[in-house]
Design a protein around this ligand. Structure first.
Ligand code: ADP
Ligand code: MG
Length: 218
C-alpha cells in the first residue's frame, strides 16, 4: 500500500539540515505501525511526506501503486481527502464549531448536504461514545473527548490510511491508553494505521515498531 524507496529530505532555511537520509519503507494494508524516535529525529517530517502534506527531494513514494511526486496542490489535496485521515497531538479542532460540526467537516468537501453530513457525523460520534456531547464546543470537552472527536473526524471520510502524529502527546496516561484502545479497535476493523510517538506505552499497542534515528531507519 505504501512503498518508500530511498527518500531524502533536506530543509534549507539557514544551514541545510538533512533530515531524512535514504528511507526505505513498506507498509501493507491493515498494518498497525508505530514510528518511534527522539525529538528531532524526523518523525513528523516522514509522516508529513506520507500524508502528502510535504514534498521530499529524492527517492520515490508510491501510494497504492501511484507515484506521489511533484503533484499539483489540487491533486495532492484530492489524494489526501480521498485516502488519508489525520490525527494530531493538538487535536486541531475548529474552536467555534461544535463536536458534530467538526466531525462533519470532511464531508463538506464532498458536496454532501448539511443535513446528511450532520446525521453521518452523529453516527460516528455515537461510535466514539460522544453522542451526548455533539453540541459542545471543543473548549467544553476534556482532552480525551477532543481526541475522540478528532478520531471521528478522521474516520468519517472512510480513508484507507490513518496517520497520527503523537496522538496521545497531550493526554494523561489513563486517557492515552483509552485512545490507543480505540485506535487498536479501528485497526482491527481493517484500517491501516501509522502512529508517530516517542512513548513505549503507545508503540506497545501497535503490531510493528519502526525506529528512526537521525533520519535513518534502524
Ligand atoms: P520529530 O517529529 O521527530 O521531532 P521533525 O521531523 O519535526 O522531528 O524535525 C526534524 C528536524 O528538522 C528537527 O531538527 C527540526 O528542527 C527540523 N525541521 C522540521 N521542520 C522544519 C522546517 N519546516 N524547516 C526547517 N527545519 C525543520
Ligand atoms: Mg514531531
Amino acid at each position: 500500500m505504501i512503498v518508500l524507496e530511498n527518500i531524502n529530505k533536506t530543509y534549507i532555511n539557514g544551514s541545510p539540515l538533512h533530515v531524512l537520509k535514504g528511507i526505505d519503507l513498506n507498509i501493507e494494508q491493515g498494518d498497525f505501525v508505530s514510528i518511534m524516535g527522539a525529538s528531532g529525529s524526523g518523525k513528523s517530517t516522514l509522516l508529513n511526506i506520507l500524508g502528502i502534506l510535504d514534498n521530499y527531494d529524492t527517492g520515490d513514494y508510491f501510494l497504492n501503486g501511484k507515484l506521489i511526486k511533484n503533484l499539483s496542490e489540487s491533486k495532492a489535496a484530492e489524494y489526501r481527502n480521498r485516502m488519508i485521515g489525520f490525527i494530531f497531538q493538538s487535536f486541531n479542532l475548529i474552536s467555534f464549531k461544535n463536536a458534530m460540526e467538526n466531525v462533519a467537516l470532511p464531508l463538506y468537501y464532498q458536496n454532501i448536504s448539511r443535513k446528511k453530513r450532520n446525521s453521518i457525523a452523529m453516527e460516528y460520534l455515537d461510535r466514539l461514545g460522544l453522542k451526548d456531547w455533539a453540541t459542545h464546543l471543543p473548549n467544553q470537552l476534556s482532552g480525551g473527548q477532543k481526541q475522540r472527536v478528532a478520531i471521528a473526524r478522521a474516520l468519517i471520510s472512510n480513508p484507507q490510511i490513518i496517520l497520527a502524529d503523537e496522538p496521545t502527546g497531550a493526554l494523561d496516561s489513563v486517557t492515552s491508553s483509552e485512545v490507543m484502545k480505540i485506535l487498536s479497535e479501528v485497526n482491527r476493523q481493517g484500517m491501516t494505521m501509522i502512529i508517530v510517538t516517542h512513548e513505549a506505552e503507545v508503540s506497545a499497542h501497535t503490531n510493528r515498531i519502526i525506529h528512526l534515528k537521525d533520519g535513518v531507519i534502524g
